[in-house]
Design a protein. Sequence first.
Length: 402
Amino acid sequence: MMNFELTEEQQSVKKLVRKFADKEIIPFMQEWDRNHHFETGVLNKLAELQLMGVCIPEEYGGGGMDYNALAIVCDELERGDTAYRTAVSVHTGLNSMTLLQWGTEEQKLKYLVPQARGEQIGAFGLTEPNAGSDVAAMKTTAKRDGDYYILNGSKTWISLCDVADNFIVFAKTDHDLAHRGITAFIVERTFEGFESRALKGKLGIRGGNTGELFFTDVKVPVSNRLGEEGEGFKIAMAALDNGRFTVAAGACGLIEASLEASLKYCHERKTFGKEIGKHQLVQQMIAKMSANLEISRLLVYKAGWLKNQGLRNTQETSLAKWISCNAAFEAANDAVQIHGAYGYSDEYPVERFLRNSKAPVIYEGTREIHTIMQAEYALGYRQDKPLRKMLPAWPFDPVSVL
Ligand SMILES: Cc1cc2nc3c(=O)[nH]c(=O)nc-3n(C[C@H](O)[C@H](O)[C@H](O)COP(=O)(O)OP(=O)(O)OC[C@H]3O[C@@H](n4cnc5c(N)ncnc54)[C@H](O)[C@@H]3O)c2cc1C
C-alpha cells in the first residue's frame, strides 16, 4: 500500500526544524549574508537537537531515524538559509553517510560517532581547480610509504573548509588509471601539512563557508584509507547519491520560502486597483511554484523510500536533484519578479533566495550532468548494479551495522 503521510516522528522533526529556522536562522540572515558570516553556533544548536546525524543509527551516535527524516531536516533548514542546509548536506550526506556505508568499524567509532553527535564536523573534498564534473582529471596524489600515504595537491570549492574537523579526500594512488586510480581517505584538519582558505566574492551562499584545501606532504595513516585502493571513484559517486538527496530536499525548502514570500506580497501589493495576486500572469508564477513544490517533494520522498529499502537509487536521486534544483532557481527568480523593484533589495529575502539557488544547480552534478544521466538511463546506456557495500536499509538492524 502507498502512504504519502509523514509519520508522527517525521512530523515532529519538521515542526522542530521549522521552529529552529524561524528562531535561530531567519532573523539573522540578512546581516550574516551581508557580512559573509557563517555562524558555527547554529551547528552546535543543531547538534543539541540531535539533528547533525538524524539518520545515523543510534549505535553510532545518531538519531536512528529514516532517510526521509534527513530530507525533512534539509527541506526546513533551507527555508532558513542555503548555507546551513549545505552544512548538513556536506556533514551528514557526503561525509557521515559515506563513513556509515564504507567505513571500517574502527573508522566508524573514531569519526562517525563524534560526527553523528555533532561534536566534530565532517566535509568532503573532491573538486579540484581542473577537475569538477570530470572527476578523473584530479591531480592530488597519495603515495604509499609504509604505514602511511603521503598526500600532495589541493582541492577547491570545498564547503566548510575552515569549519570541518575531518575531510573525506579523494586522491590518485595510480595516475595511469583514470577513475580506477582514485582512492578515498579520511584526513584530519590537525594533520601536519594541511591548510584551508576561504574563497571570497561568491554570488550566493554568502553566509556559508566555502574554499580551498591544501595538502603538503600530509601523512595519512593507512588505517584512514576508506575502502580499497582504487575504489575512490565508486565511493565518491555513492556519496553523491546521498549528498544530492539532501540538496534536492533543500531545494524544496527554497521553493517553499519563495512561495511563502510571494503569497504574502501578492496580498499586500496593489496595482490597478487590486491585489497583484488577482492578475493572471502573477497567478501563473504562483501556480508553477506551487506545482513544482509538490512535484519536487514527491521525487525526494521516493528517493528516500528507496534508500530506506536499501536499494540503489542513483537514477531517482539524480532526477530529484535535477528537477528540484531547477525548480528552486525558477521559483526564486519568479519570487523576485513578483516583488518588483523591492525584490531587488535585500530588505526582502527573495534576492538572497535567487543568489543562493544558483549553486545547487552547479554543485553535486551540474544541470547538464544530470540531464545526460537521465538521457542515458532512458536510452539504456546506463544501468546500476548493487554496490559492494550498500547504505544500510531502515529500520536499522543493529546486527547488520555492528
Ligand atoms: C557553493 C559551492 C559549494 C561547493 N561545495 C563542494 C564541496 O563541498 N566539495 C566538493 O568536492 N565540491 C564542491 N563544489 C564544487 C562543485 O561540485 C563543482 O563546481 C561542480 O562539480 C562542477 O564542476 P566545475 O565547477 O569544475 O565545472 P566544470 O566541470 O568545469 O563544468 C563547466 C560547465 O561545463 C559543463 N559540462 C562539463 N562537462 C560536460 C559534459 N560532459 N557535457 C555537457 N556539459 C558539460 C558543466 O555543466 C558546466 O556548465 C562546490 C561548488 C559550489 C559553487
